[in-house]
Write a protein that binds this ligand. Sequence first.
Ligand SMILES: Cc1cc2nc3c(=O)[nH]c(=O)nc-3n(C[C@H](O)[C@H](O)[C@H](O)COP(=O)(O)OP(=O)(O)OC[C@H]3O[C@@H](n4cnc5c(N)ncnc54)[C@H](O)[C@@H]3O)c2cc1C
Length: 493
Amino acid sequence: MNHKRTAGIIGAGIAGMAAAIRLANKGYQVEIFEANQYAGGKLSEIEKDGYRFDAGPSLFTLPELVEELFLLSGEKPEDHFQYIRLPVTCHYFYEDGTVLKAFADHYELAQEIASKTTEKKETVLKALQRSAALYESLSDLFMKKSLHRWQTYLHPKALKAYQHLHRLDFFRTMHQANRQLFQDRRVVQLFDRYATYNGSDPYQTPATMNIIPHLEYNRGAFFPTEGMYAITKSLQQLAQRLGVVFHFQTKVDKIIYERGRVKGLRAHGETQMFDLIVSNMDVVNTYNKLLPDFPPPEKLLQQPKSSSALIFYWGIKNKFPQLDLHNIFFSKNYFAEFNHIFRQKDVFEDSTVYLNITSKYKPDDAPANSENWFTMINVPNNTGQDWDYIITCARENILSKLSRILKQEIASLIEVEEILDPRLIEQKTFSSLGALYGNSSNNKYAAFLRHANFSRKLKNLYFCGGSVHPGGGIPLCLLSAKIATDQIPAVMG
Ligand SMILES: Cc1cc2nc3c(=O)[nH]c(=O)nc-3n(C[C@H](O)[C@H](O)[C@H](O)COP(=O)(O)OP(=O)(O)OC[C@H]3O[C@@H](n4cnc5c(N)ncnc54)[C@H](O)[C@@H]3O)c2cc1C
C-alpha cells in the first residue's frame, strides 16, 4: 500500500503557512488547523464602516522571503503578490518641533539629518555601514540556520562569521553604541528606536541589534500594493493551490505522542494521525496546553518576553499632507518610556506614538477625504495590569500629543474606532503574555535561548513562528519555517 506522508500544522500564522507551502513542495499531504475563522494570526485585517486597517504588522522588509515561496512552488511571484519600495521610510516628529524625513537613499537621509540636527553626514553614513557590516557577519549564522545543530557551526559561512566576532558588539548596549557614535540626542533616539522592531529595550539589548537599520535603509522598506494583509491572502491561496487543507475554527487541544514519537493531534475531541507535526502555536503554550504531561524545557520557556502593543484603529475624517505611511512621534524621555515598559511593567504618560496610514498608498482603505490611522504605542506584555484604565489614560495622552504636534484637535475627527490590547493579542493568537515577538532580545544570550525549530525529545515534532528561533517579525518567522522544514526529508518517489 502506498502511504502518502502526512503533516499536521497547528496554526495558520505566517510561519505556519510558509511551513505548509514548503512541506507540500517536499511531497507531504498537509493539513493546517487554525483556531480562528481566518488565516494570518497577527497578520490579519479589520474592516469597519468604509475603513480597512492592517491589524498587526505594518513594516515590510525582505520581500524576497515571500517571493521565495512562490518560486519554490514553480510560480511567478509577481502574478500573485505585488509591492513597491518606499522612497521615504518614516516621518519623525520630535516634541521640540524637529521633523525628519527618513529617505531610503543613504545620501538623502544623511543630508536631511545633517541639515536639521547637529549631526554630520559622515556619521550617519558610518552608522549605516556599521549596520551593513553586522548583517554581513551575522545573518547567515543567526538568521538562516538552526543554532541547535552542530553542523551549523562547521558550515563555511559560520567559519567566516567567526573571523568577524570582534565586530559583533555584544558587550555594549544599543543605546551606549549609538550615544558613542552620534552627538545629537535626536539621532541617538532615531537609531535607538530599532530595538522596538523585535520588542526589546535599547537600554538593555546588545549593540549587535544595530543590525536592524540595515534591513530598512540598505535592503529597503516595502509596501504590498494591496496592503500587508495581501501577504496572508497570497500565501493562503498559494498553499491551497498546492493542495494544503485548512481547517478553520479548529483549535488543537493536544499533541498525541507515544514512546518519544509524535503520532498526531486532537481537535474537537477527534484524534487525527500524522507522520509529523509542526507547531506554529507559541512554544510556551504548545508545551503548557498541548503537551501538559510532557516535561517542558523550563529554562527556555521562562525567558523574558518581548513588549506588546496597544493600538487604536481610528477612521479620521480629514487628510494630513504632512504625514506619510509610517510616522513616529517621539517621547521627550525615551529612557523613562522603556523603563516603564520593561522594568515597571506599566505605560509612561508620554509614550512614543507610531502612526501608520495605509490610505496614503492605498486610497481605497479610507473614504474620500479621510485616512485610516493605525495608532500604536509600545506597552509591557500582559502580567495582569488594569488594561481598561491604561487604555483610557493612553487614549487621552496620545490624542493630546498628536493634537499638539499636528496643531489640530484630533478627537473630534475620529468616526470609527477599534482597539487592540495585549489581552486581546493573547486571546486571538495564543501568544504567551500577548508578546508581539516571542522572547525579547534584552540580553546577549537571547539568540541561544530561543527554542529550536525541532524537539530533541519528541521525534517528528517541529516548531516555527515568532516564539522560536530565529525570532519574531515577518522575515524571521518566514525563516523559522524554512529552518524547521529544512530538518524534514522530502518524500521520495
Ligand atoms: C500590533 C503588531 C505589530 C507588529 N508589527 C510588525 C511589523 O511592523 N513588522 C513585522 O515584521 N512584524 C511585526 N509584528 C510581528 C509579526 O506580526 C509576528 O512576528 C508574526 O506575524 C507572527 O507570526 P507567527 O507565524 O509566529 O504566528 P501568529 O501570527 O502568532 O499566529 C499563530 C496562529 O496560530 C493559531 N493557533 C495558536 N494555537 C492554536 C491551536 N492550539 N490550535 C489552532 N490554532 C492555533 C492562532 O490562532 C494564530 O492564528 C507585529 C505584531 C503585532 C501584533
